[in-house]
Design a binder for this molecule. Structure first.
Ligand code: GLP
Length: 253
């Protein structure tokens, strides 16, 4: 198994790290006006998306030809549900850019035939000639998108059962933990690893362990983010709190 060292960029604080990620998204669109972007949800990318919107408002970046694919969506939530990832994307990004709805793809949590929907999501990514730049966050347990520990390296877009830990972490967005869906649709690890370039943003001390294991731990399906070591072009953008311990470890790899 060939592995690569992951480029790691550490910024003093979350604002600088978010600006860096926003600049990477913008630079991708400047370089390739019809870029295919893979996008993530969660608390982490909110500031980066805000910076992209600001740049667009200043007339610095045009999304008219861009296409996007989101990583995941809760099963059972309609897109009007404020906790659905489609709602999040509209509110945080798409509604503020010149991007037509049909150029943005988010898995449909209400699809009647989920397996068929997942297969067609994969086909759409292939038909778009793949993802140029995939943005990722990371879960406390090392999950990427909703690929929980144990997800296979070859996994494709599919429905998954969320772990108790992920449900508990995401409960902060819902009125009660009982309202958090138990299932989700997620791009697979295999799908994500086919993106031409991957940028993972992680902020804050709570993610430090997960990031350290991803960068320097064994490449294992029990820590899905560690599988990114198999991709030749991955950059982790971190703030100093999240990078705790990385300076000491850097010599080891
Ligand atoms: C969620 C998403 C992931 C995200 C992660 C971290 O459950 N499925 O794509 O990266 O958890 O979220 P946050 O950025 O809110 O910490």
């Amino acid at each position: 198994m060939k592995t690569h060292s992951i480029e790691t960029i550490v910024h003093p604080g979350p604002a600088d790290a978010s600006r860096d990620v926003a600049n990477r998204l913008i630079a991708e669109v400047h370089a390739r006006p019809n870029a295919v972007l893979g996008l993530a949800t969660g608390g982490t990318p909110v500031e980066a998306y805000r910076q992209v919107v600001e740049a667009h408002r200043r007339g610095e970046v045009d999304f008219g030809e861009v296409r996007t694919f989101n990583l995941d969506e809760y099963v059972g939530l309609a897109e009007e549900h404020p906790q659905s990832f489609r709602y999040f994307m509209q509110e945080q990004l798409f509604d503020h850019l010149n991007i037509k709805r049909e150029r943005t793809q988010v898995p449909d949590g209400l699809a009647a035939d989920i397996d068929e929907h997942c297969a067609s999501y994969e086909t759409k990514i292939r038909d778009a000639d793949g993802i140029d730049l995939q943005l990722l966050g990371i879960g406390h347990n090392g999950h990427i998108a909703f690929n929980e520990p144990g997800s296979s390296l070859e996994s494709r877009t599919r429905s998954v059962t969320l772990t108790a830990e992920t449900i508990e972490k995401n409960a902060r967005f819902f009125d009660s933990p009982h309202d958090v869906p138990r299932f989700a649709i997620t791009m697979g690890i295999g799908t994500i690893l086919e993106a031409r370039r991957i940028v993972l943003l992680a902020l804050g001390e709570a993610k430090a362990d997960a990031v350290e294991k991803a960068l320097y731990g064994p490449v294992t399906e029990s820590h899905p983010a560690s599988l990114l070591q198999m991709h030749p072009d991955v950059t982790f953008v971190l703030d100093a709190a999240c990078a705790r311990g990385i300076d000491q470890l850097a010599g080891r790899s």
